[in-house]
Write a protein that binds this ligand. Structure first.
Ligand code: GLN
Length: 470
């Protein structure tokens, strides 16, 4: 497992950025030649990486010379942005996302674009046009999704950190499945400019890393106000990495009554118990809280997210964006381009979304869902009057087998039960590794914080991470 410190050490020992980058590509190529390649990357940006490495002036500043992998729904000038979809399979980005600009300015080296569920819709990274991603811990299993390639590339040790996007759990769940740290910041702290939109009111870019400190470092680099994103927060947090190392004595931690669900893998439930014990040892105070509208989180997410997706994906029609299928009439160009260009899950979401927004159904579905979304946020607001952070499982199960849930979308949707609410309410949430189940598969636990209290959950995560090492 690679950390930023490991790379810095290489530089201190006299290796050059070009040597470091070349070694990374060798490791990836070697994996590509193996009998079961991870398929973590859709494409490698070798030319860009070597150019960046070659022109680096110093390797002393925090991110200078640190290799990073980027989910393939984030734009990098001159590189393809496919969103793992056939319709964008030959699209080349013409501008840098805000986060990419920040990374380039910091001297991070971009290794490539990672594989994912098509348009970030999924929980297993199996819906990619470029084939499924395998879990580095067990190659017969999924790495989670939708940012599966970003999680796998860190878990496999290709890169110390990567960027993903999280609309309903797509950073935290793959982090849990792959045994690494995954962090979804407060909505609005990281600009979405240059992220291909899935559900704009829920989407958030965030880091994967092998340590909480590296995740915090990456977050600090990409956060900040951006006038190009109208939902970007005007007064960004004053986030200090050193603060996450402060002890958590007296911290009030909430356990959610409604999260004791049927179908929770017993080993994950006992990991939560063990974590509670560890938190108490560190002087935290544990208390039960209630989020009474929890049962509506998945149903309303699957109204709001598809509604926004159906609108956002309208631009991929073979004329404005997307691979064109030629036909004589304009309508046939649309029909053929979209019919061929999108996969099954994306089509399902577009159809659901169009339906819930259509006249006659708008009030019954979309409007009601928005009202319940407010109730979900209010539940959290009440809970955070009593506690500082919430401790929950990240996912009800550890990584499942490839193909196990592909024929049953509802089963797939249910795997987001603990992660979706944080997106609905815009809250920061982080998943950290907490050990393994009896099959040796990683178990992730999640910490959810109040709005803009990103530092507090990272502090809790850091303290737990250190305690788990004992
Ligand atoms: N699994 C959820 C979905 O399919 C969330 C995906 C995400 O966070 N991008 O929509």
């Amino acid at each position: 497992m690679l950390t930023v410190k490991d790379i810095k050490l290489k530089y201190q020992n006299g290796e050059t950025p070009v040597q470091v980058v070349e070694k990374i590509y060798e490791t990836i190529e070697k994996d590509n030649q193996s009998p079961a390649p991870l398929n973590a990357f859709i494409h490698l940006s070798k030319e860009l990486a070597l150019k960046q490495a070659d022109s680096l002036k110093e390797t002393d500043s925090p991110l200078a010379g640190i290799p990073i992998a980027i989910k393939d729904n984030i734009n990098i000038t001159g590189e393809r942005t496919t969103c793992a979809s056939r319709i964008l399979s030959n699209y080349e980005a013409v501008f840098d996302a805000f986060v990419i600009q920040k990374l380039k300015d910091a001297g991070a080296i971009i290794i490539g674009k990672t594989n994912m569920d098509e348009f970030a819709m999924g929980s297993s990274s199996e819906t990619s046009f470029f084939g499924p991603v395998l879990n580095p811990v067990d190659r017969e299993r999924v790495p989670g999704g939708s940012s599966g390639g970003s999680a796998a590339s860190v878990s496999a040790g290709f890169v110390p950190f990567s960027l993903g996007s999280d609309t309903g759990g797509s950073i935290r769940q793959p982090a849990a499945f792959c045994g690494i740290v995954g962090f979804k910041p407060t909505y609005g702290t990281v600009s979405r400019f240059g992220l291909v939109a899935f559900a704009s009111s829920l989407d958030q870019i965030g880091p994967f890393a092998n340590s909480v400190e590296d995740a915090a470092l990456l977050f600090k680099t990409i956060a900040g106000h951006d006038p190009m994103d109208s939902t970007s927060i005007l007064n960004p947090l004053d986030f200090q990495i050193e603060n996450i190392k402060k002890p958590i004595k007296g911290l009030r931690v909430g356990l959610v009554k409604e999260y004791r669900v049927d179908g929770l893998q017993p080993e994950i439930a006992s990991k939560i118990d063990e974590t509670v014990k560890r938190l108490k040892e560190m002087g935290a105070l544990i208390q039960e809280v209630s989020l009474p509208n929890t049962q509506y989180a998945i149903p309303i997410y699957y109204i709001i997210a598809p509604a926004e997706a159906s609108s956002n994906l309208a631009r991929f029609d073979g004329i404005r964006y997307g691979k064109r299928e030629e036909a004589e009439k304009l309508i046939d160009i649309y029909l053929k381009s979209r019919g061929k260009g999108f996969g099954q899950e994306v089509k399902r979401r577009i159809m659901i979304g169009t339906y819930v927004l259509s006249s006659g159904y708008y009030d019954a579905y979309y409007l009601s869902a928005q009202k319940v979304r407010t109730l979900v946020s209010q539940d959290f607001a009440s809970a955070f009057k009593e506690v500082d952070v919430l401790l929950t499982p990240t996912s009800p199960t550890t990584a499942f087998k490839i193909g196990e849930k592909t024929s049953d979308p509802l089963q797939m949707y249910l795997s987001d039960i603990f992660t979706i609410s944080a997106n609905l309410a815009g809250l920061p949430a982080v998943s950290i590794p907490a050990g393994k189940d009896s099959k040796g598969l990683p178990i992730g636990i999640q910490l959810i914080g109040n709005l803009l209290e990103d530092e507090k959950i990272l502090q809790t995560a850091y303290n737990l991470e250190q305690h788990f090492k004992k």
